[in-house]
Design a binder for this molecule. Structure first.
Ligand code: GAR
Length: 207
């Protein structure tokens, strides 16, 4: 699928729709950046495939609209009904960009077409290395001396879309997989708000 030409942003303050499956620490740093005025955006809606995800609690505690989307019966897949619900809810909330902040299922149509070129993901490796799940564990098992994190646009592949920004993270002798994960996450928290801000700055504003 081609990612397409971005449509103009409709309003002065871009509206972000956030998808997450777990802790939501990256969502937390986006909120901090918005509060600090360094990310000129607002969070319109948070959706999760996991009813117990902490990201939903974080949204609730800030009074941000949030909902669980039933992913369907498969443990890893996201059903067609779920894809339709995500697209419908983000469109109804007037979202300009979808931000995947630790979302662990694959997006397909109609989401990919409805938000072509406007779905951002953060991934815990230097893509194209270590796509897929548990990328820090893949780095540990591959015994690399360097890994990192990547912010990229989502396309129809698994972690294959155009790369927006990356940060390198060293791996030291004696590191556990968890040490690597923590070091990557610290780098993600610096990179993610900056990469989204830079992307927003490149998108055409509606006159
Ligand atoms: C982050 O490290 C993110 O890169 C990763 O999940 C974590 C979520 O943490 N995403 C993926 O692996 C996607 N393939 P968070 O919920 O604390 O932001």
């Amino acid at each position: 699928m081609s990612i397409g030409t971005p449509l103009p942003l409709p309003g002065p303050v871009p509206r972000l729709g956030v998808l997450g499956s777990g802790e939501g620490s990256n969502f937390g740093v986006l909120l901090e950046a918005i509060d600090a005025g360094t990310l000129p955006a607002q969070i319109a809606l948070v959706l999760s495939d996991n009813p117990g995800a902490r990201i939903l609690e974080r949204a609730a505690s800030r009074g941000i609209p949030h909902a669980w989307i039933d992913p369907g019966a498969h443990p890893n897949r996201f059903s067609l009904e779920a894809q339709q619900a995500v697209s419908g809810q983000f469109r109804a909330a007037g979202c300009d960009l979808i931000i995947c902040a630790g979302f662990m299922r694959r997006l397909k149509d109609p989401v990919l077409t409805d938000f072509a070129g406007r779905i951002v993901n953060i991934h815990p490796s230097l893509l194209p290395a270590f796509p897929g799940r548990d990328a820090w564990k893949q780095a540990y098992e591959a015994a690399v001396t360097e890994t990192g994190c990547t912010v990229h646009l989502i396309d129809a592949g698994i972690d294959t879309g155009p790369i927006l920004a990356q940060t390198r993270v060293p791996v030291y002798m004696g590191d556990s997989a968890d040490d690597i994960r923590h070091r990557i996450q610290a780098a993600e928290h610096q990179l993610f708000p900056r990469a989204i801000r830079d992307l927003l700055a490149t998108l055409p504003q509606a006159g």
